[in-house]
Design a protein around this ligand. Structure first.
Ligand code: NAP
Length: 267
């Protein structure tokens, strides 16, 4: 298939991250953008080499892949306009948290091709985790091409739509939870006399290394924990403290709360 032209509705953080990461892969393609606040679209166009469209209509008419990247509450508003101009052969790629394929398709009389995706911030360093779910109308070739595109900046997997609120919480919101954990570990080290810059480096490298072992060795996290936690040692003392304060339940609750919020956004 020839390289699809790409249009973005929205010029927020995630589009900036995507374009920054995928820049080399997207070179040579027709890239267009529209944003409610034109200055933001213009700044992004200058940075990443896109053309700014004057209207959603102009953008939709010129896009083989139309990315929806506005806040969830704004999706219905932009789709009400886009639905009049999306070509039958075009694919709508929605990345707005909580917005279902059915809700995108409800703006049309004939169901359009829709790919729901959930990328995440680490794709900016080539370590993204992107979930994708095609509507039944989506051609295999588009699904394959999008999987390849997001695999260039990390991992990309097809996920059933019923799990999208879960991946939104796990991999979409997850980086923020990991940042909080790393900051807290570093704070503990600062409390014990380490300088802050060194503490962030040690904490971040430790979390990245631990994640790498799980992905590469394919071992159960509990088995790996047991290797580090020697009898009456320092690690076991720390684990005891975390368990007394219900660390696991707190983290499970955070994922559950984020998934619940994602479900609410589509209500
Ligand atoms: N950030 C992430 O890591 C991430 C990851 C995966 C998915 N997402 C999803 O991507 C979407 C954008 O997130 P973001 O982080 O890029 O947010 P952001 O930086 O706050 O950008 C929000 C975008 O939505 C537009 N918008 C807001 N209200 C609007 C309205 N009433 N009408 C038209 N446009 C409106 C904004 O336009 P203005 O410039 O005019 O305000 C801007 O383009 C969200 O749905 C989010 O769930 C984000």
């Amino acid at each position: 298939m020839s390289q699809p032209s790409i249009g973005f509705i929205g010029a927020g953080k995630i589009v900036d991250i995507l374009l920054g990461a995928l820049g080399p892969t997207l070179r040579g393609r027709s890239l267009n953008i529209w944003n409610r606040t034109p200055a933001r679209a213009q700044a992004m166009a200058k940075l990443h080499g896109l053309k700014v469209c004057e209207s959603i209509a102009e953008l939709a008419e010129s896009s083989d892949w139309l990315f929806i990247a506005v806040k969830p509450h704004a999706v219905a508003k932009v789709m009400a306009e886009a639905c009049l101009h999306v070509r039958e052969s075009s694919l709508i790629v929605s990345m707005s948290a909580g917005i279902s394929i059915a809700s995108i398709q409800s703006h049309f009389t004939v169901a359009p091709r829709v790919m729901r995706i959930m990328p995440n911030l680490p794709l900016s360093v080539g370590m993204g985790m992107t979930a994708l779910c095609p509507s039944p109308e989506t051609p295999e070739a588009d699904t394959k091409a999008l999987l390849e595109l997001f695999s260039a900046v990390g991992k990309a997997r097809l996920i059933e739509e019923r799990l999208f609120d879960t991946v939104t919480a796990l991999s979409g919101s997850g980086p923020a939870f990991a940042f909080l954990f790393i900051e807290s570990m570093a704070d503990g080290a600062v409390l014990n006399g380490m300088d802050r810059a060194a503490a962030y480096e040690f904490a971040a490298q430790t979390v990245m290394g631990a994640a790498r072992i799980i992905l590469d060795a394919g071992k159960h996290p509990g088995e790996l924990k047991d290797i580090v936690a020697s009898p009456a040692g320092t690690t076991m003392a720390g684990i005891h403290s975390l368990e007394r304060k219900a660390f696991r339940a707190i983290v499970m609750d955070a994922i559950d709360a984020a998934a619940r919020r994602s479900r609410e956004l589509n209500a």
